[in-house]
Design a protein around this ligand. Sequence first.
Ligand SMILES: Nc1ncnc2c1ncn2[C@@H]1O[C@H](COP(=O)(O)OP(=O)(O)O)[C@@H](O)[C@H]1O
Ligand SMILES: N[C@@H](CC(=O)OP(=O)(O)O)C(=O)O
Length: 421
Amino acid sequence: MNVFKFGGASVSTPERVRNVGAILGRYPTDTLLVVISAMGKTTNALEKVTEAFFAGNKDEALQLFEGIKDEHRSMAIALGQEDTTYLNDFFTEVEWLLHDKPVRDYDYYYDQVVCVGELLSTAIVSRYLNDNGVGNQWLDVRDILRTDDNFRDAQIDWNYTGQKVQELVLPALQQNRIVLTQGFIGSTDGNESTTLGREGSDYTAAVFANLLGAEGQTIWKDVQGVMNADPKQYEHAQWIRELNYREVIEMAYYGAQVIHPKTIKPLQNKSIPLYVKSFIDPAGEGTIIHNSPIRELPPIIVYKRQQVLVELATKDFSFVGEGGTAEVYRIFEELKFRPNLTQNGAVSFLCVIDEHPEKVEALAHRAAQTFDVQLTRGLTLLTIRHYNDGLIGELCGDSSIILKQQTPETIQVLLSSSQAL
Ligand SMILES: Nc1ncnc2c1ncn2[C@@H]1O[C@H](COP(=O)(O)OP(=O)(O)O)[C@@H](O)[C@H]1O
Ligand SMILES: N[C@@H](CC(=O)OP(=O)(O)O)C(=O)O
């Protein structure tokens, strides 16, 4: 039994959906749980619908949603489906909500609207596959994956979900060999939809791999495998044949956008190998990620752009100390926000955070009760694991270094110019 995950890029066009069929055709006897994300950039488009609705712009929200409906209908038609009425139930679920006035918080509405992206993509792909000789059963993951009601960052109830996997997923796999379901979404015990955090479909796949005791999980992407840097940001990026869980969890933690950081733990806990393979070249070797030590790794490079340096200084020249540091972390916890880098001084505390305007403002506002606060925006945080001096010089280029932190394994450099490579 294997778990496959197809991301938004792999189902973004009719050709790519057909390609998913061709990839599944390469595994004619395997039992496969297939987790799929929303098509292309649908999640971003649904976020815009939620924003308009919550801002009270009902007509705009409905109009934006009309565009999403059209795109999905066109996709279904391009895949040879004459009757697209089976999509209407999903559309209606969202439209009912958009006709109301918002009375609950933003995150709740976000999850109720955004979850439809995954429901639509899996419904369309499942039907296409069934029509074209790849028999499969579609499951609504919200009947299986139970979470708490921490909307937009819902936490999984592993016991309940494990029971449902036994009751619903295993029999479906035994009967139909291929089961298709949604990544990224779940549901509370009150049947409210939830989401697991952006790019959370990798994590969904890992949760199922863990609960099913899968032989392996494969993530199908538009790259050859995991590279030592994002090839869109660094032209000399090299493919890495083999990695271990520890290395990947560190890469993801520092911001490498290739695998969702939560994905590794459920796999590591059951020693399930993770394969990252190319949906463009499915016969290619890809990358295998497992538990064993890897002897030689190239430098691994991660850029995080749009960073903000927050300088907190005590107002009366007293030490920051344990109390001040604890206060800063309390604020981070309240805001559900994590610093990418921190540095303690005697009377100051520095942190580097993502440019998330509302959270940055809230952080500055809360911290100003205790500290003098200064913000510097538009910075780039460069992290290199297994670094060497030549590479640091090359990557920092002409940018000035504002902050540096170094261990024998990892160096992090905050650069003044977002023009840095
Ligand atoms: N270290 C890396 N190795 C490979 N790809 C990376 C890496 N870091 C970032 N990426 C980016 O990840 C992209 C694929 O991920 P993504 O677009 O999120 O796929 P999907 O949403 O379909 O799962 C690649 O096109 C590449 O630009
Ligand atoms: N559709 C969700 C979940 C996801 O994981 O997508 P992708 O696999 O395309 O990164 C998102 O865009 O956040």
